[in-house]
Design a protein around this ligand. Structure first.
Ligand SMILES: Cc1cc2nc3c(=O)[nH]c(=O)nc-3n(C[C@H](O)[C@H](O)[C@H](O)COP(=O)(O)OP(=O)(O)OC[C@H]3O[C@@H](n4cnc5c(N)ncnc54)[C@H](O)[C@@H]3O)c2cc1C
Length: 478
């Protein structure tokens, strides 16, 4: 007989929503607390890091883990994936070379092959030998002459708009096309809410803030005090999952555990390039050194001429003093008031305009005609947590700093399933789940969702958050 348990999850971002879905689908009694009106309202995401190819500075081991976690994530949440490839370009002025990236790409092909051998259902990024492809200048010149294909079906067709629009004198060859796809956060919000609502054993408490936590000395249970409809309510739980994102430190402080972490505020900008759209675009990455004026540029397509832009410079995505660490007195790093204002209230319109225009200029160094793009909407932004003291860390999941307490600190969304596996393992150890539940990754509630329902609710969520409905759609209708 399993012990009866009540699980509390604080925070409904990707970490908390995944924990609630995973454990709820295993039949556990779960309550998910989220202070906002809908789920997945924290920092944005647009890229499935299936191999970590955006980051030259991270270890091969992190890239291999990102590949495996991304395959798992894609299998669990296929409805949020935008099936379009990514092109990696090394600018002529950059210190690196495309050749330096090749050993890692070969390693990733081998690792992907092993994943497919272990389970043929892992073949979600296409054939392993087609995981990446190289394009010489001659091939790009030749593709430049070809007519665009409205819905590309092979690598060459995806490459045509890149060949036509980027300044081939500004990048080194070969260009690399890799099977790293897009992710849609509004579709994630939609699907997670719809799936959780079908589970009788999950209590989804939106617009509910956890304000205090105490450990009941007699029973050992967690007493959670939360505010719902302006009323303070007390409830007891057996197990606590802290998935409060960049506010995780506040929960740690309430519990009284030790920690070492950073939080970082960053933003991506939404532009509209109306005259571009005779074809779908892949995502395009222009490598560069983080924090310098030549920081990496990321050009992410959405339908209807919208492009999301990152520029890893201090006047685009990064901010002076945007990265802060916790102190000896508190687990919660203190972000400057200006960042909290942006997260909790709004952006100044002039800052949106100025930073979006800087982002457009940054990308139009390489895509000259993109300089005609305009501001498309307010930015996508937020603060994310990074455990430890290495700001380049890209793979992190969960730790257990106290009994019956899991602290989730994912850096990339694809780590959420390894995180949930580790929590399930802890629950098995405590006798709350049978050993057979480990690694089960049941997704019956997700798999019954209707595509049309996910799409229309995602559109509603985007509009309620004052973003164009186009941002809730995939570029590739596949
Ligand atoms: C600009 C930018 C771009 C990014 N791009 C990518 C990308 O392309 N791919 C990728 O994989 N990752 C990306 N990331 C990282 C990714 O966004 C984060 O890793 C991820 O969203 C973290 O999810 P989370 O669930 O841990 O936290 P969050 O999404 O922050 O969720 C925490 C939730 O807890 C709630 N909460 C907090 N305290 C309480 C409380 N007391 N009571 C109730 N609710 C509470 C909050 O409202 C919030 O909804 C990006 C991050 C940024 C900043």
């Amino acid at each position: 007989m399993m012990k009866k348990s009540r699980i509390a999850v604080i925070g409904g971002g990707v970490a908390g929503a995944t924990a609630a879905l995973y454990l709820g689908q295993l039949g556990l009694d779960v309550t998910l607390f989220e202070k906002e009106k809908s789920l997945i309202s924290g920092p944005p995401f647009c890229h499935l890091h299936a191999g970590g190819n955006l980051y030259r500075e991270i270890s091969d081991a992190q890239c291999v883990t990102l590949l495996k976690q991304s395959v798992d994530f894609l299998r669990y949440y296929p409805f949020i994936v935008d099936y379009r490839p990514t092109v990696i370009a090394i600018p002529v002025e950059d210190h690196g070379t495309p050749d330096a990236l090749l050993p890692r790409l070969k390693l990733l092909v081998g690792e992907y092959e092993k994943l497919i051998e272990a389970d043929p259902k892992n073949k979600v990024l296409g054939e392993n030998e087609a995981y990446y492809r190289l394009y010489s200048r001659e091939q790009m010149e030749s593709l430049r002459q070809k007519p665009v294909v409205p819905i590309p079906t092979n690598s060459d067709e995806w490459m045509i708009p890149v060949a036509r629009y980027i300044d081939l004198d500004k990048v080194q060859f070969p260009l690399i096309m890799v099977q790293e796809y897009g992710l849609n956060l509004f579709r994630m919000a939609s699907g997670a809410i719809l799936a959780l609502e079908t589970l009788q054993n999950v209590d989804l408490k939106l617009e509910t803030i956890v304000s205090n936590i105490q450990e009941d000395c007699r029973s050992g249970a967690w007493e959670i005090i939360y505010i719902q409809n302006d009323r303070a309510v007390h409830e007891h739980f057996d197990y606590l999952i802290n998935a409060a994102g960049f506010r995780s430190g506040k929960i740690d402080d309430l519990i009284g555990v030790e920690c070492k972490r950073m939080v970082e505020f960053k933003a991506a900008y939404i532009s509209r390039w109306e005259s571009c759209c005779d074809s779908l675009w892949p995502e395009v990455i222009f490598h560069g050194e983080r924090g310098t004026p030549r920081g990496m540029g990321q050009f992410t397509p959405y339908p209807d001429g919208y492009f999301q832009l990152h520029g890893m410079t201090k006047d685009i995505t990064l901010y002076e003093d945007g990265l802060v660490a916790n102190t000896a007195f508190s687990c919660q790093p203190h972000l400057k008031q200006d960042f909290l204002e942006k997260i909790e209230r709004s952006w100044r319109p002039e800052e949106t305009k100025q930073r979006t225009q800087s982002a457009i200029r940054h990308l139009s160094q390489f895509i000259p005609e993109f300089s005609e793009a305009k501001v498309g909407s307010k930015p996508l932004f937020g603060a994310q947590q990074i455990p430890g003291d290495d700001p380049t860390l890209r793979v992190a999941e969960v730790s257990f700093p106290a009994p019956r307490y899991a602290r989730c600190e994912i850096v990339k969304v694809s780590s959420a399933l390894d995180m949930a596996d580790a929590i399930a393992k802890d629950l098995v150890k405590l006798g709350y789940l049978p050993p057979s539940a480990q690694h089960r990754r049941d997704h019956h509630a997700i798999s019954t969702l209707k595509k049309s329902e996910i799409a229309s609710y995602a559109e509603e969520i985007a509009e309620a958050r004052q973003y164009p409905a186009s941002l809730s759609k995939r570029t590739n209708p596949k």
